[in-house]
Design a protein around this ligand. Structure first.
Ligand SMILES: Cc1cc2nc3c(=O)[nH]c(=O)nc-3n(C[C@H](O)[C@H](O)[C@H](O)COP(=O)(O)OP(=O)(O)OC[C@H]3O[C@@H](n4cnc5c(N)ncnc54)[C@H](O)[C@@H]3O)c2cc1C
Length: 626
């Protein structure tokens, strides 16, 4: 056996999960190897050229706050940025960027190749090697072995990948790449349960064949935004997107060809994403709808490829041409790449701990689409957590577990490992119970300190963060400690500010709570310092939403009391009489860390939770538990 190298951590896959999963341990000092089937497809965006949006944008900010790379990479390579939902409360404000796909890959590849402690290689991993019950390395299709202490699976949509376009089916990965056909067997041999999922993508069409005069332009925001708390980009050339619609003629062509749609002929077995349905599924599921929105998005500055968002399909190519040419502005469309569906194997995530390590295979971690999620951001968030925990595992330190009140990343991972998923899981703001405190604007205040403690947040970021955090605290104190009294001079200022006079003494903090007052007007009329936009935003939200935020923290404190009630890892729940059979079976399967996690397992009732509480109290009294 030829040992080609020895590492601390080996990452299988250089997609959005793999890139973060490799950079984190390397930056924390672990000797890391990142592998991929094709070095030219590192950080490939096989689907829409967009990063962010509701909840996904929150994930990108959280990845950045912890010291991850996606936010920085997007800021440097995006060709349009918009802040969505600005008409609603700050909890759902979300940044969304159009990325130049090729530039995104190039910049990420450069970052990886220049990262200390990190090697990047084009290798096809065929087998996970186990010795004495724990990970020992990987075997390559060409026979060599790489030894290591931790392996992170980030295999995306490639495990036994199958491409489907109409009646045409072949093994393969996205964009004409090869599939990984043999690793699945190795995972099954290790006793890992796998699922078969599917996702799809629309055609890419030639910009020169489109008539934009028949579409509605969608420009980016004039205000320049950045995902990363480290980015200072002040100007950006923005490319527009375009809005058009399907129509009855489009729908009729699709309806007339449903008998040739792989979704309905049975050629597709895998389960697809509910929240990213193909056009043929939309036509069936929303039959009454007259028109579906389509966003025509540029794939990059140096390509004519345009992405038809909202038109994912695996219908035969002739049908794709026929229905695309019914759409306003696409009458003479030329397809550069057809829409297709891809089926692939992924892991049932209930086999993982909240650290993303397999419960039964120490040293083996899994992240990204391989865990049953869908989306670049979801993948990158898991990759970061798996990478961090592999490094902490090697350093013999406490793992990083983010709770549902810490981060959307915590919501995402807790949903996966506690509830599992039987379709590609996509993050949404509605999945988070503490939305008001998990905003995209305060991700650094929630997470950068944690990133610092685990050794991933570097000095420059920490200095910038500390300065901002301290400034916020200082100003809030200043506002609270600056009294204002109902004297004529103050009353006159208040009138000028467009607000009402004081009846009794107050302070600037309470003045800022008034809807019609903002920090800029306070600054204009009172001696308070001008503030950088990030600090000002936090001060305004903290003051204006104080009551709601306080209430949410009370809910969090209540939930954390249940999270603090730890459950023994080795407990056999069949021994606890009184629990329902379903609860015994589910609790033994999931092995929850706490009563809080147990309460989120479907099939575990409040009555079962009371029995667990009684059991813990008895154990505590017997001195068998803290
Ligand atoms: C056709 C298609 C349509 C999609 N549509 C959507 C959508 O509509 N909405 C959405 O949110 N997301 C969509 N996605 C998903 C999105 O692309 C993924 O969520 C994201 O890319 C997942 O990132 P990842 O890192 O987990 O995996 P990937 O980006 O798939 O990367 C996997 C990596 O693993 C490598 N690899 C795999 N097996 C091996 C092996 N044995 N040895 C070495 N390397 C290996 C590959 O080379 C690749 O580098 C779509 C994906 C595809 C392919």
């Amino acid at each position: 056996m030829f040992i080609a190298g020895t590492y601390d951590v080996i990452v299988v896959g250089a997609g959005h999960a793999g890139c973060e999963a490799a950079l984190a341990p390397a930056r924390m000092g672990a000797k890391t190897l990142l592998t991929t089937l094709n070095m030219d497809n590192i950080a490939l965006m096989p689907c829409n050229p967009a990063v962010g949006g509701p909840a996904k944008g929150h994930l990108v900010r959280e990845i950045d706050a912890l010291g991850g790379e996606m936010g920085i990479n997007t800021d440097q390579t995006c060709i349009q940025m918009r802040m969505l939902n600005t008409g609603k409360g700050p909890a759902v404000h979300a940044l969304r960027a159009q990325a130049d796909k090729h530039l995104y890959q190039t910049v990420m590849k450069e970052t990886l190749e220049h990262q200390e402690n990190l090697d990047v290689k084009q290798l096809l991993i065929e087998k996970i090697l186990i010795e004495n019950g724990r990970v020992a390395g990987v075997q390559i299709e060409t026979g060599e072995v790489y030894q290591c202490q931790c392996v992170i699976l980030a295999t995306g949509t490639y495990l036994r990948g199958k491409i489907i376009i109409g009646e045409v089916v072949y093994s393969g990965g996205p964009n004409g790449q090869r599939a990984a056909m043999n690793l699945t067997a190795s995972l099954v041999d290790l006793g890992i349960r796998l699922m078969r999922f599917k996702t799809g993508t629309p055609a890419r069409v030639d910009r020169r064949s489109l008539d934009f005069s028949k579409m509605i332009i969608q420009p980016g925001d004039e205000t320049v935004h950045n995902f990363s708390f480290m980015s200072d980009i002040k100007t950006r050339v923005q490319e527009p997107c375009w809005l058009t619609y399907t129509n009855e003629e489009t729908h009729n062509i699709i309806r007339a060809n449903l008998h040739r749609a792989p979704m309905y002929t049975g050629l597709i077995e895998g389960t697809g994403p509910r929240y990213c349905p193909s056009i043929e599924t939309k036509i069936v599921r929303f039959a009454e709808k007259q028109a579906h929105q389509l966003f025509i998005e540029p794939e990059g500055l140096h390509t004519n490829e345009m992405y038809v968002q909202g038109m994912s399909t695996s219908l035969p190519i002739d049908v794709q041409y026929e229905f695309l040419r019914t759409i306003a502005g696409m009458e003479n469309v030329k397809i550069m790449r057809p829409g297709y569906a891809i089926e692939y194997d992924c892991v049932d995530p209930t086999q993982l701990r909240p650290t993303l390590e397999f419960k039964d295979i120490p040293g083996l971690f899994s992240a990204g689409q391989a865990n049953g999620t869908s989306g670049y951001e979801e993948a990158a968030a898991q990759g970061l957590v798996a990478g961090i925990n592999a490094a902490l595992c090697i350093q013999g330190k406490e793992p990083l577990v983010l709770s549902r009140s810490d981060a959307y990343i915590g919501v995402l991972i807790d949903d996966l490992v506690t509830k599992g998923t039987n379709e590609p899981y996509r993050i949404m703001t509605s999945r988070a119970e503490y939305r008001l405190i998990l905003r995209q604007d305060n991700a650094d205040l929630r997470l950068t300190e944690k990133g610092r403690q685990i050794g991933l947040v570097q000095d420059e970021r920490y200095a910038r963060f500390s300065k901002k955090r301290d400034a916020i605290k200082e100003i809030l104190t200043l506002l609270k400690e600056t009294p204002i009294t109902p004297v004529p001079e103050i009353q006159a200022r208040l009138i000028k500010m467009g607000t009402t006079e004081l009846r009794t003494g107050s302070n600037l903090y309470d003045l800022l709570r008034r809807t019609e007052v903002n920090y800029d007007s306070l600054c204009e009329h009172f001696h308070v310092p001008e503030l950088p936009s990030g600090v000002k935003e936090q001060v305004e939200i903290a003051v204006k939403y104080q009551g709601y935020i306080q209430k949410q923290f009370e809910q969090v404190a209540k939930a954390l009391r249940l999270e603090a009630k730890k459950l023994p890892d080795k407990l056999d729940y069949e021994m606890l009489s009184g629990l329902s059979q379903e609860a015994q079976q589910k609790l033994n399967e999931i092995k929850p860390l706490s009563v809080g996690q147990a309460s989120r397992i479907s099939g575990v009732s409040p009555a079962d939770i009371s029995i667990l509480m009684v059991y813990l109290e008895q154990q505590r009294r017997r001195g068998e538990l803290e």
